[in-house]
Design a protein around this ligand. Structure first.
Ligand code: ASP
Length: 328
């Protein structure tokens, strides 16, 4: 049997983290070299040939445009390389949803792209990284994994990057998926898809941006005034995401200031500071009158990423921005 060849792009994160103690709390994310990680994995007898390529060795809280551009370029090259069957990206969990969505929006679906992380450093007792990685290899090696967009493997679940959200700071079971459930259940020995590939043959939805514009998240709080909105406009924000209360609500004065921002050409998207649930148009906030956009299923972090990609591609009109948020 010919082994499937999987490109492994390393960025760091807790999966490549070590604390020097199996029981201590402190550790450094991204401390371990990818080669060492992959060598360790070689001993697991995985049914795939792994091709390591280190992009960064950082905690994902420090990831930014340079790393995203490098990841996108490496994934694009691998998509065009007939010798590569699938791609795994080892990544910190803090911002996996942002990197995942950015790549999901800007890559074709021709080959599986799988982000994988861990909640416990590699040398901690009960470390979850090796299991998660073995699961990711199982997914990335499966021809049926193509055509599903970028995925995230955590625990024994395969999540669509667009739907995945980190919802716990330290539990192994840290990710939730909304509004759709998991795409598949995976173990190192088995993989069960819950439905057919829904994005087969899809091209990239957006070109990868030349640069990412400043888009800010403004969290609503009871009793706040409108000054933070003016401050964001003052530092040149080109888009604003409201992490609103409940269904994306905010005090009236804040909404009025956001409406002024929208009228001046800075698109404003209402998301929610609540973990789960849709933010729909015109529920308690009159989006039509105020010129605002409802984030629908995307939480603030992913709403910001989508809005950055839209603004970078010249999409700022409220109707067009809403259409992008409506599209699954
Ligand atoms: N801070 C780490 C990171 O995102 C957390 C993790 O990987 O779980 O890189």
């Amino acid at each position: 049997m010919t082994l499937r060849r999987i490109l492994v792009l390393g960025t760091g994160g807790t999966i490549a983290g070590a604390g020097g103690s199996a029981t201590g709390a402190g550790y450094r994310a991204g401390g371990l070299a990818l080669d060492a990680l992959v060598a360790h994995l070689g001993a697991l007898g995985l049914a795939a040939e792994l091709v390591p390529q280190e992009v960064a060795r950082i905690g994902s809280q420090d990831i930014g445009f340079a790393e995203w551009r490098a990841l996108h370029a490496a994934c694009t090259a691998a998509m065009d390389d007939p010798a590569i069957d699938g791609i795994i990206i080892t990544h910190g969990t803090d911002t996996a949803e942002e990197t995942g969505l950015l790549l999901d929006l800007t890559l074709p679906t021709a080959k599986p792209v799988v982000l994988v992380g861990a909640m416990r450093p590699a040398d901690a007792v009960g470390a979850d990284g090796m299991r998660n990685f073995a699961n990711a290899v199982k997914v990335a090696s499966d021809p049926a994994a193509a055509g599903r967009g970028v995925m995230l493997v955590m625990g024994d679940a395969v999540l669509a990057a667009r739907d995945a959200r980190k919802a716990a700071t330290s539990a192994i079971d840290a990710f939730r998926t909304f509004p759709r459930g998991p795409l598949a259940r995976v173990t190192p020995a088995s993989l069960d898809w819950f439905g057919p590939a829904h994005r087969l043959g899809e091209a990239a939805r957006y070109p990868f941006p030349q640069e990412l514009p400043r888009v800010a998240i403004l969290t609503a709080g009871a009793g706040m005034d409108a000054q933070p909105v003016d401050a964001l406009l003052g530092i040149g924000a080109r888009g604003i995401v409201l992490a609103g209360m409940g269904q994306g609500n905010a005090p009236r004065t804040v909404l009025e200031a956001l409406a002024r921002a929208a009228a001046s050409g800075v698109p404003v998207v209402r998301a929610s500071r609540v973990d789960e649930g849709l933010v729909d148009r015109n529920v308690e906030v009159d989006d039509d009158a105020l010129g605002l956009v409802a984030a629908r299923a995307l939480g603030p972090a992913k709403a910001r990423m989508l809005l950055m990609v839209l603004v970078a591609n010249g999409v700022t009109d409220a109707k067009a921005v809403q259409a992008a948020f409506d599209g699954g």
